[in-house]
Write a protein that binds this ligand. Structure first.
Ligand SMILES: [Zn+2]
Length: 452
């Protein structure tokens, strides 16, 4: 190549890159375009107030709620009319702690199985998730970027995904599923299988944390997930262990904040939670072993607490005598105690399920939400899974993949809606049987189910 042709070649590179990017975006068709839909005679649970509206009409144009009125709205030609018959119209549900790639596969498949197979399984589960009325999930770790793209393009029906990408852990920490035979690791050396597929990344210094954080952001992560303490399901991390140093946590926080978003951490103990808050972490996942002092600190700092009313079946699923079972037995009593603390100190509390490796448990997603009535009224529980969870999603700022307001039924909000037989703000158990009780499921203005 002579110097002239080299100059032309180098100058053309950005254009080639732009061309490639748009070709990649265009693969597999364009996003689904929604039409115009008119709900008539519905009573609205708007995600904020506990009581239902008077009978109303709700007009959906494109992907948004155009107009809400107690006076009839005329149906113009070409409009799809849904006669609500006095049923309840509510926001689509949001699960704030989900793992779209880890719901159905076995742990062995998730970590070492075929990536194509795992994505097809996750696609089928994503469709079921949407059919349970969950129109958005906040993904707390796993290689979801491809699945999310396929859903957003309308190739596979599924919920909106706020992806974290790989969860970031230390050597031996929660999310490090390597075997002892994989040790020792050489920094800069070969990646383990779980790292190659983007499930979790091991980082053992501020520099490594920064690098892995930036890699997730480059792929489109809307928030960053680190594991700041030991976990139940991972083989080597003791529950009482704090994992990352404050400097390591701060490296992730700085990289995420530079990008306009935030870090959330898996943490159970007061020590792990307090260190994370000192480093600037904005949300704590689980927190089940916290004490009063820590609860007060979370409240004072305005940090989010993302809680899950983990079902008893999950604890019993760990074999008796296993390390995981012993850890689960230690953590489980803390669930109720933590909900009590969250209420006592009025902590900003999100709701999620954290279902892992069980299609059967995933089918209980609505029932797990309904189980919140141990601590909250049905309307409070529904608010948490809609408007409140949407507030947490909004912490992603401009890194939110979905512009517009989620989790509420109001003019101008995104049209993610459920039409429910009965009033779930009084009888929340309706949510536990979506096949029967969710008559219409709409996401982004498009009807995915209409059983009327
Ligand atoms: Zn989780």
């Amino acid at each position: 190549m002579n110097s002239m042709s080299r100059r032309i070649f180098v100058a053309a590179l950005p254009l080639v890159a732009v061309g490639l990017a748009s070709a990649v975006r265009a693969q597999g068709g364009s996003p689904v375009i929604a039409g115009v839909t008119l709900f008539q005679n519905v009573r609205i649970f708007d995600g904020k107030s506990g009581s239902l509206s008077a009978p109303s009409s709700v007009l959906i144009k494109g992907n948004g709620i155009e107009r809400i009125s107690t006076a009839p709205i005329a149906a113009e030609p070409g409009v799809t009319v849904i006669a609500g018959g006095g049923r309840t119209l509510m926001p689509g549900l949001i699960d704030a702690h989900w793992h779209a790639m880890l719901v159905r596969p076995s742990p062995a498949d998730a970590i070492a199985g075929d990536v194509g197979f795992n994505n097809l399984v996750a696609g089928a589960e994503a469709t079921d998730t949407l059919m349970r009325g969950f129109t958005t999930v906040r993904d707390m770790g796993g290689p979801t970027f491809g699945l999310k793209r396929a859903i957003d393009l309308g190739i596979v029906p599924g919920p909106r995904i706020y992806p974290s990408g790989a969860m970031i852990t230390i050597t031996g920490g929660h999310g490090d599923f390597r075997q002892l035979s994989d040790l020792p690791r050489t920094i800069g050396g070969l990646l383990s299988r779980m790292e190659q597929i983007g499930g979790s990344m091991v980082a053992d210094s501020p520099d490594e944390v920064r690098l892995r954080t930036r890699e997730q952001l480059m792929q489109g992560a809307s928030q960053i997930k680190l594991t700041a303490g030991g976990g139940v399901s991972s083989p080597f991390s003791p529950i009482d262990a704090s994992t990352f140093t404050e400097a390591e946590l701060r490296a992730a926080v700085e990289a995420a904040e530079n990008w306009g978003t935030y870090v959330t951490v898996h943490a159970f103990t007061p020590a792990a939670i307090q260190r994370a808050i000192a480093a600037g972490v904005k949300c704590i996942e689980h927190g089940f072993l916290m004490d009063e002092t820590t609860a007060k600190l979370i409240a004072e700092k305005g940090v989010w607490l993302s809680l899950q009313p983990l079902p008893e079946e999950l604890r019993q699923g760990f074999p008796v005598g296993s390390v995981q079972r012993a850890k689960a037995d230690e953590v489980w009593p803390g669930i109720a105690a933590t909900y009590e603390l969250a209420k006592k100190y009025r902590i900003k509390t999100a709701w999620g399920t954290d279902v892992l490796f069980s299609q059967a448990l995933a089918q209980q997603q609505g029932a797990i939400l309904a189980s919140l009535v141990r601590w909250y009224s049905p309307a409070e529980a529904l608010t948490m899974a809609t408007a409140t969870n949407a507030e947490l999603l909004a912490l992603s700022g401009k890194r939110s993949p979905y512009p517009g307001k989620l989790g509420v039924v109001e003019q101008g909000a995104v049209a993610d809606l459920l039409l429910v037989e009965g009033n779930p703000a009084e009888n929340i158990n309706l949510i536990a049987d979506p096949a029967k009780n969710f008559k219409v499921i709409m996401k982004d203005g498009r009807v995915y189910k209409n059983a009327l």
